[in-house]
Write a protein that binds this ligand. Structure first.
Ligand code: FAD
Ligand code: DHB
Length: 390
């Protein structure tokens, strides 16, 4: 098999890239290890920055997003028994949209299949070779049979556990990492929304987040031990923890409902540079991970592939290689900004294992500052909405 651009992974990065290339007349093949049902039902991210929404709309895959996405003009911070609002629209003229990642994936899969795009499920890439030639190869297995895909370029969009990153020689790579000693316990709840907007709560017992999926389904998270098991958490224990962390002394209470899904995710910050070697390029979680606190992961995957799509277009249309050569440098500016923001917000909002009572009061002092100083609120809003200049 041969194609112009071989893409490993049908997550947001791989599918969106394939679609953006199609719109530019560039052919691609997407190889995905999991099945279609699996990728379309895995619960992950939920918040889209305005830039991501615009990219999806401009690419013609925003019909359901426009109809079903829930636009929020701000979000709430809960701390010290009170609630304070960050007004994104007033501060930076922007809004975010709550629309689940697996819904974005459904829209992208439908668009690729409608355009007769080559998208293969249950196909695992095992190795990438010849990346320092003009004709790199992806080796993959399908139904136990080994096959190869010959490409002009290989794009590794295979997430944090994929094979692509390892195809860049370790001697040419620098990895930066910070693993957090806590995780997020996520629940899906059948209930009406507890609030009109997301609530990020800092409490001495730990962080909690109240998000939404639809008028009848809510998404909530609370900080937990990443090694804990969902089996240790009865519904009653979960609700008592959520109430303790989120309810305010000003009379706000979260609304309980039937919990129909529970999961625990670990948290880390990670960046691998360079994100390219020869004709191999990495995008999304394959190259970088953020803790989920700032809701940046999916949005960074989208901004990486926006850069790649225009760089590949310049190559195929005009024979230009300069944009591809500068891909890592261009993408990393936004990535490091988001890494810093996610790390900063994580440390301001979570119970830190080694924090003294003094440091806990500093967290509250910082929350007071970012919710009362206009310039500090605006900087927070700019970063959260992803409209900060890099
Ligand atoms: P992935 O989505 O991981 O896709 C990689 C794909 O590659 C997978 O489908 C995988 O099966 C496939 N693959 C792997 N190896 C191979 C192989 N060898 N061969 C073929 N295919 C392979 N981000 C946000 O922006 N906003 C949020 O609100 C947010 N909340 C989150 C909440 C949680 C609980 C979690 C876990 C994450 C959250 N994120 C959020 C992060 C976001 O989900 C990820 O950053 C995003 O999925 C990255 O997309 P990707 O395409 O790079 O990788
Ligand atoms: C969601 C996830 C996040 O990481 C976040 O910061 C906000 C919302 C969510 O899944 O809805």
């Amino acid at each position: 098999m041969r194609t112009q651009v071989g893409i490993i992974g049908a997550g947001p990065a791989g599918l969106l890239l394939s679609h953006l290339l199609h719109l530019r007349g560039i052919e691609s093949v997407v190889l995905e290890a999991r099945g279609r049902e699996q990728i379309e039902s895995t619960i992950r991210a939920g918040v889209l920055e305005p830039g991501t929404v615009k990219l999806l709309m401009d690419a013609g895959v925003g019909t359901r997003l426009a109809a079903e996405g829930i636009v929020h003009h701000g979000f709430e911070l809960a701390f010290d028994g009170k609630r304070r609002r960050i007004d994104l629209t007033e501060l930076v003229g922007e809004s975010i949209t709550v629309y689940a990642q697996h819904e974005v994936l459904k829209d992208l899969v439908a668009a690729r299949l409608a355009a007769n795009g080559a998208l293969y499920f249950n196909v695992s890439a095992t190795a990438i070779t010849d990346v320092d030639t003009d004709s790199p190869l992806i080796r993959f297995t399908h139904d136990g049979v080994e096959q190869t895909l010959q490409c002009d370029f290989v794009i590794g969009c295979d997430g944090s556990q994929g094979v692509s990153r390892a195809a860049i020689p370790a001697a040419l790579r620098q990895d930066y990492e910070r693993v957090f000693p806590f995780g997020w316990f996520g629940i899906l709840v059948e209930a009406p929304p507890s609030s009109d907007e997301l609530i990020y709560a800092r409490h001495d017992r730990g962080f909690a987040l109240v998000s939404t999926r639809s008028p009848n389904v809510q998404r909530m998270y609370f900080q937990c031990d990443p090694k804990d098991s969902v089996d240790h958490w009865s519904d009653d224990r979960i609700w008592s923890e959520m109430h303790a962390r989120v309810d305010s002394s000003e009379g706000h209470h979260i609304v309980e409902g039937r919990i129909f899904q529970k999961n625990i995710v670990g948290m880390r910050s990670f960046v691998s540079t360079k994100m390219q070697h020869g004709r191999l390029f990495l995008a999304g979680d394959a190259a970088h991970i953020v803790p989920p606190t700032g809701a940046k992961g999916l949005n960074l995957a989208a901004s990486d592939v926006r850069v790649l799509a225009s760089s590949l277009e310049a190559f195929y249309r005009e024979g230009r290689e300069d944009l591809l050569e500068r891909y890592s440098e261009t993408a990393l500016k936004r990535i490091w900004r988001a890494e810093h923001f996610s790390y900063w917000m994580t440390r301001m909002m979570h119970r830190l294992e080694d924090a003294s009572a003094f440091e806990q009061r500093l967290q509250v002092a910082e929350l007071e500052h970012v919710t009362t100083s206009r310039s500090a609120s605006a900087a927070f809003a700019e970063n959260y909405a992803g409209v900060v200049q890099v």
